[in-house]
Design a binder for this molecule. Structure first.
Ligand SMILES: [Zn+2]
Length: 150
């Protein structure tokens, strides 16, 4: 059985692309732990690779996969990986139980979502837009201190 680490180190463009998307979507310590230890090696082995990409560069997505691994290493919540990439559909994240959508603007191709992480309670304003395909921009809300709250 090949692991994500094998894929990252393979030098093969399609295997690296597979591994980066798998990493971005993963919440499985069994998958992510080996990547934490090997991150410097993965970076070295992939820097020279041109991963292509039609509209957005796959190399940028690879960088995001590295960021995700670092956030996991540093004990950050899974939701820390939502900002910085445009592929997280709030409805799919809600179906997976990762977030709840508390409210939305008038539904349409251009709309906003008010979301909350089910793990840590972080709130996000998510803007949905369309540029060749539908994208979502996740912006974390600063924790607002309410009147009377210590
Ligand atoms: Zn969270």
């Amino acid at each position: 059985m090949t692991t994500l680490l094998d894929d990252f180190l393979s030098g093969d463009r399609s295997r690296v692309i597979h591994a980066l998307w798998q990493t971005i979507g993963s919440r499985d310590p069994g998958e992510l732990d080996p990547l934490v230890a090997a991150l410097p090696r993965i970076r070295r082995q992939t820097t020279a690779l041109d991963l292509g990409g039609m509209i957005y560069s796959n190399n940028a997505h690879l960088e995001h996969a590295f960021t995700k691994i670092e956030q996991y290493r540093d004990g950050k919540c899974w939701c820390a990986a939502y900002p910085g990439i445009l592929t997280n559909d709030p409805r799919k994240e809600e179906a997976a139980g990762h977030i709840v959508i508390r409210s939305t603007s008038e539904p349409g191709w251009s709309m906003t979502y008010d979301c909350e992480c089910t793990v840590c309670g972080q709130e996000f304003d998510v803007e949905q837009g369309d540029h060749h395909f539908t994208w979502w921009n996740w912006v974390p809300r600063g924790r607002k201190r309410r009147r009377g709250e210590v």
